[in-house]
Design a protein around this ligand. Structure first.
Ligand code: BEZ
Ligand code: FE
Length: 305
């Protein structure tokens, strides 16, 4: 008779039985890493659902939100990455991948990086028209032993005082507020930027609704983006954060690392170091970069660390 095992009633299925079956279904995966990823993902998703006693209605709503996220995502808008950013997952993955305690710390790439920025000469401006207070950004790129690296590349992009990156601004030329610079033979580099301003991440989709209903804000503190590359070294994707910016304590994407805060030092137009073409108030920012040699691996933490 169905529902019985011999004379006793058939055992009831418990939540843990479902989890065990789903996890075990990946045991035969021929790609060991893929099997590990899927088993762990399944176990953690099930643990989450069990922990909060997830209801059918809540899971259906989550599926609706994921579906909307997919519909909104295309070449220009990446709502899945925004979920990853605003849940702190992008920064967790970034920090897990950190290669060396001695190299400059990395942080999020963000959605506004466009490869192929124009190559610019030492000290050149990255802006194509007035868009904020000029900021002379300069420093040395070196290896972890302090040896300067000649010919390292700095790929730089930022927003202007209208809060927009060039890729978001239909009125801005494509090359506005971005550029690629090379270090000189002594490892030094310099470029003329503008003092960045805080801005909001795209908040007109499901991620924006999540922030609003949970009482979070969509702001990022003022920063300049850089990717620094040199042959034989691990490239670093990082930011220069303005130490005086609002939102450093509550970045919507958790990307602030204290080691990346820099001073925008006010300078006057009678300063002998006044960069060419600058009039009135300006700022200077010292930002050294340290790269880890390719192949340097982070020491495994000892058990219990
Ligand atoms: C950005 O800094 O450009 C950024 C990073 C994460 C989400 C949105 C914007
Ligand atoms: Fe940004």
């Amino acid at each position: 008779m169905s529902g019985t095992f011999g004379d006793s009633p058939a055992p009831r299925t418990a939540p843990g039985d479902i989890t065990a079956l789903a996890v075990a279904s990946f045991a035969g995966c021929s790609d060991a890493r893929l099997g590990q990823l899927l088993q762990s993902l399944t176990a953690h998703l099930h643990a989450f659902a069990a922990d909060v006693s997830l209801t059918r209605e809540e899971w259906e709503e989550a599926i609706r939100i994921l579906t909307e996220t997919g519909r909104l995502t295309d070449d220009r808008r990446q709502e899945f990455v925004l979920w990853s950013d605003t849940l702190g997952l992008s920064m967790l993955v970034d920090t897990l991948a950190s290669v060396s305690d001695r190299a400059t710390e990395s942080t999020v790439l963000g959605p506004f990086y466009v490869p192929g920025a124009p190559a610019r000469a030492y000290g050149e401006a990255i802006f194509e028209g007035p868009c904020g207070a000029p900021a002379w950004v300069h420093g040395v790129v070196s290896d972890v032993d302090g040896v300067p690296l000649a010919g390292a590349e700095l790929d730089v992009w930022q927003n202007g005082d209208n809060r927009l990156y060039a890729v978001q601004d239909p009125d801005a030329p494509e090359e506005h507020l971005r550029g690629r610079f090379s270090t000189r033979s002594d490892g030094t580099y310099a470029f003329l930027a503008v003092r960045p301003v805080p801005y909001t991440i795209p908040a007109d989709g499901p991620v924006g609704r999540m922030l609003a209903v949970t009482g979070r804000h969509p702001w990022r503190p003022a920063h300049i983006h850089l990717i620094v590359r040199a042959d034989g070294y691990v490239p670093v994707t990082t930011h220069i954060f303005d130490r005086e910016s609002p939102y450093l304590e509550s970045d919507a994407v958790f990307a602030v690392k204290p080691s990346l805060l820099r001073d925008f030092v006010p300078r006057s137009d009678d300063d002998p170091a006044l960069p060419a073409g600058v009039e009135g108030r300006w700022f200077s920012v010292r930002n050294d970069i340290v790269l880890a040699p390719a192949g340097e691996l982070r020491a495994e933490p000892a058990p219990g660390d």
